[in-house]
Each structure stands twice: as structure tokens, then as C-alpha cells.
Write a protein that binds this ligand. Structure first.
Ligand code: SF4
Length: 432
């Protein structure tokens, strides 16, 4: 007999900010907020009044502040720093995006055509980091659709990691014997155009309903080999605290579950989500680790640093997961800048992923040699803690395979020949 508690009535009664979001078709038109039209030469008195409305939080970046002044002049600091306001006022349609960006033909046409697997969703905060006029800016390429998404190339698939065929019950992906991926919902506050799970996220199919969650937890409870549960989605931090607390509590009651992890991109795209009440709740469920999705140094803002600081202060070890993306972060210089900024934000670079061959991803994928070149440019050239493990997730569900430069040159009897980061060779006495 199960010893779990059902979700308390009080918990269910709490309005979920983003519990079961409706499907989000590309170019969705419904959005409560319309950014103000840009007034190029506002009267002086009006400008002065607008500036007085926006109170600068001490941890806000100048770029974010300038964006707020221009497009959200009447939004209070209380609203801007409220994660639910940010989530409710995301940019989701062509008309909304064109108010703040000058789109290229290829971007505009992609949004007009729609029909791709992934909807559009960008928080006002993250949009403030996007270049208004450079379609090649790294962050912009990752959130604004492009016609390249419609090009299919050999080897691509909607579910390249065969997650669906490793799913014993809805919401659980069980690939490795001792750990599972628990997809708690399919909502993200900001959608990444290269998302491995673009076949499901944002479509409203994975809902955080009690019945669905309980089935997944039942599977974990009934499978004693599982010692590690990774909550993912979608973004688990999109759930309200009561629902997330309930999930973590139920998992913690299972004796064989030793270790919980949460995968999230919130500190990068919606750092306002990392509230003190969230961290107070999370710290009740230790040992709890967090994998945070960062892809570019431009994401390492004061806001993101403050969010990571709050999580770290709650005793949550933070690791970064980064997808290697062509034209976004595929140089040693960019990656070194990112990993240095991550360490300063108390986040340990954990994985550098080769971009999965999802349908329409060719414009994002680099060669494997490029990934190895980047690791070679980091290892020995910077702090060891700053060097992530470069992995390719094997198509078909083979799991993560680490790749690194060849430092082992060979063996000559009792001597093993190796090379260091400078290319100098050395021999190590290693009797057979
Ligand atoms: S945050 Fe993660 S799950 Fe959400 S769209 Fe980006 S890559 Fe996909």
C-alpha cells in the first residue's frame, strides 16, 4: 500500500501561475500586455515623468534598464521584478516582437509561416538582452525563429534521443538503471529554438496535473534501482511553490531516492523567479542540486548573478549546462568568457553538449571537432573548475558520451607518452 499523501486540498486550491498552460502556437496573438510604441522624440516633461516611474534596482544591468525605459516605462519595479508578471507579459507574436526588434526577412517570414514544432515565448527581461537590430547576435538567434528551422537534413529527428521509447509511464524517461528524468510540465518562460524537446515543450501536452504526477511518482516508488531523479520539462521552476514542494516531498519520502536534481533555465531567462520563498522551500529538500542552462556570457547579468547567489546561499550546488551552438558560442574566446562568468556567479560549468540533431537544427550544429577544439582551448589554459565535460548524447538513446582532445599519445614498453595543454610531450613510467 502506498504511504504517500495526496496533494492537499489547500495546495490544489492555490492558483497555479503556470500550471497547465494552453498550447502556445507560434505567433499566438493573445497577450495581455502590448509594449508601448516607441516614441522617438518624447516631450521632455513626459521623459522626465517616465524616468521617475522606473526605480532602478541596484542589481539591474544598464541594458535592461534602458529597455524598460523605452518599452515598459509605466511598469512599476514591483511588477518588473515579479516573475509572474514577466511570464504573463512574454513576447509571443509577430506584432509584439516587431515593436521592439527590426526583424530580418528570414526571421519575419519564419514567424509568419509558423507551424514549427516550437512556439515563441520570450520574457520581457530576456528580450532586453536581445539585440534590436542584429539578427546574428547570439542570444537573438536562440529565441527568434528563422527560416532555417524549416530545413530538414539527414540524420535529424523530432525525438533524436528516443526519449519517447524510453518512457515507461507518461512524464518519465528511464534510460540509465539508477536515475530517471521526470518531465513535470512542458512550459518554459522562454523557448530556445534549438530545444531537444521541441516536439513537446510549449504544446500543452505535459501538464502538471496531480493524476499524472502521481503516476510518475508511483513508478519511481515501485522501482528500487532509482536513486537519482532529475526534474525537468519544460522548466520545473515554472510551477508554483506548493506544487513543486509537493513533488519534492513525495520524492523525498521514497527511501531509495537519494538525490534530487532540478534542470532549469530560469536564472538566465527569468531570474526574478528565484525568490526567497522559493529558495526557503527548496532548501527543505536537500540534497538537492541544480543544473542551470546558460549558453552565452551575455546572460551573465547582475540579475542572473543575484539569482544564482540566492540559490547558492540556500546550499544548492549549481552546475551549468551549455549547448554548443554555431555562431552563438562556438569560439574558445566566447566559451572562456562564459565559463569565467559562471564561476564568478558560483556556478560550476558542468556539461558542454553537442547540439542534438533535432529536426531543423542544422544551422545550430557545429562539428564535433569544434567542440574538442574548445575544450582544448580551455583545459590547462584556465581554472580546472571552469572546464565542462564535452558530451555527445548518442542518437537513439545511447546516453552521454564524453569527448576530449587526445592527450594520451601511446605506450612504449613501460613508458606512456602524453602531451600537455601546450603540446609538449612527456613520458610517464607505467610498468606493464
Ligand atoms: S529552457 Fe530547456 S526545455 Fe525550455 S525551451 Fe529551452 S532548452 Fe527547451
Amino acid at each position: 500500500m502506498s504511504n504517500r499523501q495526496t496533494i492537499p486540498q489547500a495546495v490544489e486550491a492555490v492558483p497555479e501561475p503556470l500550471p497547465e498552460p494552453p498550447p502556445e502556437p507560434p505567433s499566438a496573438v493573445a497577450m495581455p500586455f502590448q509594449p508601448s510604441p516607441v516614441t522617438e522624440r518624447a516631450p521632455v516633461r513626459e521623459t522626465t515623468r517616465r524616468l521617475s516611474v522606473v526605480r532602478t534596482p541596484p542589481t539591474s544591468s544598464p541594458q535592461v534598464l534602458a529597455f524598460r525605459r523605452k518599452f515598459f516605462p509605466h511598469v512599476s519595479n514591483k511588477d518588473w521584478t515579479n516573475w509572474q508578471w514577466q511570464a504573463q507579459n512574454r513576447f509571443r507574436s509577430l506584432i509584439q516582437i516587431e515593436r521592439v526588434l527590426t526583424l530580418s526577412e528570414a526571421e519575419r517570414e519564419a514567424i509568419v509561416q509558423g507551424g514549427s514544432m516550437l512556439p515563441i515565448g520570450i520574457t520581457p527581461y530576456y528580450m532586453s538582452l536581445v539585440s534590436p537590430d542584429d539578427p546574428n547576435q547570439g542570444l537573438r538567434r536562440t529565441v527568434i525563429p528563422h527560416l532555417n528551422e524549416f530545413i530538414r537534413t539527414p540524420g535529424e529527428a523530432d525525438d533524436p534521443l528516443a526519449e519517447d521509447s524510453h518512457s515507461p509511464v507518461p512524464g518519465i524517461v528511464h534510460r540509465y538503471p539508477d536515475r530517471v528524468l521526470f518531465l513535470v510540465l512542458d512550459f518554459c518562460s522562454t523557448y530556445c529554438r534549438y530545444c531537444t524537446r521541441s516536439r513537446v515543450v510549449g504544446h500543452g501536452e505535459i501538464v502538471a496535473s496531480p493524476a499524472r504526477l502521481e503516476k510518475a511518482i508511483d513508478y519511481i516508488r515501485a522501482t528500487p534501482t532509482i536513486r537519482d531523479v532529475l526534474l525537468s520539462g519544460g522548466d520545473p521552476l515554472s510551477l508554483n511553490e506548493n506544487r513543486l514542494d509537493w513533488i519534492l516531498t513525495e520524492l523525498r519520502k521514497i527511501p531509495h531516492v537519494e538525490f534530487l536534481r532540478i534542470g532549469t533555465k530560469m536564472p538566465a531567462v527569468l531570474p526574478q523567479r528565484i525568490t526567497s520563498s522559493l529558495t526557503r522551500m527548496l532548501k527543505r529538500h536537500h540534497p538537492l542540486w541544480m543544473s542551470i542552462h546558460f549558453i552565452h556570457p551575455d546572460e551573465a547579468t547582475p540579475e542572473a548573478a543575484a539569482a544564482c547567489g540566492r540559490l547558492a546561499d540556500a546550499g544548492i550546488p549549481l552546475g551549468a549546462q551549455t549547448v554548443l551552438l554555431k555562431g552563438v558560442n562556438d569560439t574558445v574566446e566566447t566559451m572562456k568568457c562564459l565559463v569565467h562568468k559562471l564561476l564568478k556567479m558560483r556556478v560550476r560549468p558542468y556539461y558542454l553538449y553537442q547540439c542534438d540533431p533535432i529536426s531543423g537544427s542544422a544551422h545550430f550544429r557545429t562539428s564535433i571537432e569544434k567542440g574538442i577544439e574548445i575544450i582544448e582551448g580551455l583545459r590547462g589554459h584556465t581554472t580546472g573548475y571552469a572546464v565542462p565535460t564535452y558530451v555527445v548524447d548518442a542518437p537513439g538513446g545511447g546516453g552521454k558520451i564524453p569527448l576530449q582532445p587526445a592527450y594520451l599519445l601511446g605506450r612504449d614498453g613501460d613508458q606512456v607518452h602524453v602531451r600537455n595543454y601546450q603540446g609538449k610531450t612527456f613520458s610517464y613510467p607505467d610498468p606493464l
